[in-house]
Design a protein around this ligand. Structure first.
Ligand code: HEC
Length: 473
């Protein structure tokens, strides 16, 4: 992935802060949305298989509503999934440049699998929609034609099969994508994985528990969002009967509660497995806040048992959202701490590049390195030699008179004025050098002619001599 390393341009230390902010925002979106989508398709396939098993269409309807949780807003998979994935791919290498942490490959695999999962999930969603259409045909259309009914049945079956196939693949692919996502972000702060095989990354306990945490939190998130839409927002869905309402509440609430119980456990394992060099007080604070909001979430889900407290669900999904944001903060903090040394050295490089750029434009004594020899070879050599006269005078004859008057020599080189019109009536044409180049040339000529020939090879710009500035006045 040298291509991505080559993309790293030292832009300035302030950009580092910007990149870190972008990483944090991307991590929040990506963890939360991957989790939500997983919870959504996982719960939906559970409901769909229950619908099939019990031949109960109410679960079918639930499956449809549940998949909307993760796909309901057009393009959310792109904005909340693909875009943050891409920004990971562009940002992590910048902060890891100069180390052995080659995280890009894992992120790209994650992105590819994620895209496949999304495709699968949308086919699954459409199968569910078709299934409803068939159901409504079956119940509303009375046809005498046996062959027509036969055809409906086989189409129905086909859709059913496509639905369960793509649903299961949606779950599996998203699981793999989450695994890679968790692995890549863990890899970024766990130096012990650097240079190791992909299995080291995938099978380490910190990766596994982090992936598990995203999935369990996502299931909690999806149940909370479903319950919010079904029972709270704008009065909730129109359920045909009170019984159906209870049925759907109990089904989803159960998953919400189980996941609420599981999260603290998985969280604990996840934190315990973060490598020592990534630990910090702030990281634990973020983790603790995250857990605190899981407790709030559990409370609000639990309270939905009684109808009086149904409004508790209003906040359930917000609690999980905050919990995800804090989890992302914890993750990025771990990354920051474990890579602090490298980040500092990158910041230094950036600061230096910034300074150099400034000095180019500022009126400081420092100049960029100019290769005087090269300028001589290309622009002066046609008319000048050191020891013999050509079109112009020999440098050894004319340069000594500028001893201690470097400023005058610079002035001449930049805009030649007649010196010896009797011998050189045409004078010297201006050579179009920049001030920095003129200065470098003057210094080089003086060094060559007067300085004995040893030190003139030293890069001209590196010495910021006082006499240069003195002779300028
Ligand atoms: C087209 C020919 C030509 C080129 C190219 C040329 N010079 Fe000259 N140079 C001259 C001539 C002619 C003179 C004599 C001018 C005079 O005495 O009025 C001269 C004089 C000089 C002098 C002596 C000035 C003095 O006070 O007597 C210096 C120093 C010098 N050139 C430096 C350079 C440098 C450095 C370059 C390349 C960047 C360069 N020249 C390129 C033709 C040239």
């Amino acid at each position: 992935m040298d291509l991505f390393n080559d993309l790293v341009i030292p832009v300035g230390s302030s950009h580092l802060t910007l990149i870190r902010l972008m990483l944090y925002i991307s991590a929040s979106f990506l963890f939360a949305y991957t989790g939500l989508l997983f919870g959504s398709v996982f719960l939906s396939t559970r409901a769909a298989s229950k619908a099939k098993k019990n031949n109960d269409f109410r679960y079918q309807k639930m499956a449809q509503d549940l998949i909307k949780v993760g796909t309901g807003i057009t393009g959310m998979w792109f904005g909340l999934g693909i875009v943050p994935f891409l920004s990971f791919i562009l940002s992590y290498p910048q902060l890891l440049s100069g180390t052995e942490g080659d995280v890009v490959g894992y992120l790209i695999v994650g992105l590819l699998v994620f895209s496949m999962a999304v495709a699968s999930i949308y086919i699954y969603k459409n199968s569910l929609n078709f299934k409803s259409v068939f159901y409504s045909f079956k119940t509303n259309v009375r046809s005498k034609s046996e062959s027509l009914i036969e055809e409906y049945h086989s189409l129905d079956e086909d859709v059913e099969n496509t639905g369960s196939f793509t649903g299961i693949w949606g779950v599996i692919l998203l699981l793999v994508a989450t695994w890679f996502l968790a692995g890549a972000t863990t890899y970024a702060y766990d130096q012990s994985m650097w240079g190791q095989s992909i299995f080291e990354m995938l099978l380490s306990a910190s990766t596994v528990f982090k992936a598990l945490l995203i999935l369990v939190m996502g299931t909690a998130f999806a149940s909370a969002v479903y319950m919010f839409y079904a029972f709270s927002w704008q009065g909730g869905y129109d359920f045909a009967t009170e019984e159906e309402r209870q049925l759907s509440k109990n089904f989803v609430r159960r998953f919400g509660l189980y996941s609420a119980l599981l999260i603290p456990l998985v969280y604990a394992f996840q934190i315990v497995n973060i490598p020592n060099n990534a630990l910090s007080g702030l990281m634990f604070v973020f983790g603790l806040i995250s857990l605190l909001f899981v407790v709030f979430y559990a409370q609000s889900i639990y309270l939905t048992k009684s109808e009086d407290h149904a409004s508790g669900i209003k906040y359930g999904f917000m609690f999980i959202m905050i919990s995800f944001a804090m989890f992302a903060a914890q993750d990025q903090q771990a990354f920051y701490i474990s890579n602090a040394a490298n980040l500092n050295s990158i910041a230094e490089i950036h600061a230096k590049a910034e300074e150099e750029r400034h000095s180019l434009y500022a009126t400081s004594e420092e100049e960029p390195v100019v290769d005087a020899q090269a300028i001589f070879d290309t622009r002066c050599i046609a008319c000048h030699k050191f020891d013999a006269k050509g079109v112009g005078p020999a440098y050894n004859d004319v340069v000594p008179k500028y001893e201690g008057k470097e400023g005058d020599l610079v002035k001449f080189i930049l805009s030649p004025s007649p010196q010896n019109p009797s011998e050189y009536p045409a004078g010297m044409p201006a050579q179009g050098l920049t001030p920095a180049e003129g200065k470098a040339m003057a210094k080089w000529l003086l060094g060559k002619v007067l300085g004995g020939g040893e030190e003139e090879a030293a890069p001209v710009a590196e010495e910021t001599t006082e006499d240069a500035s003195a002779s300028n006045h």
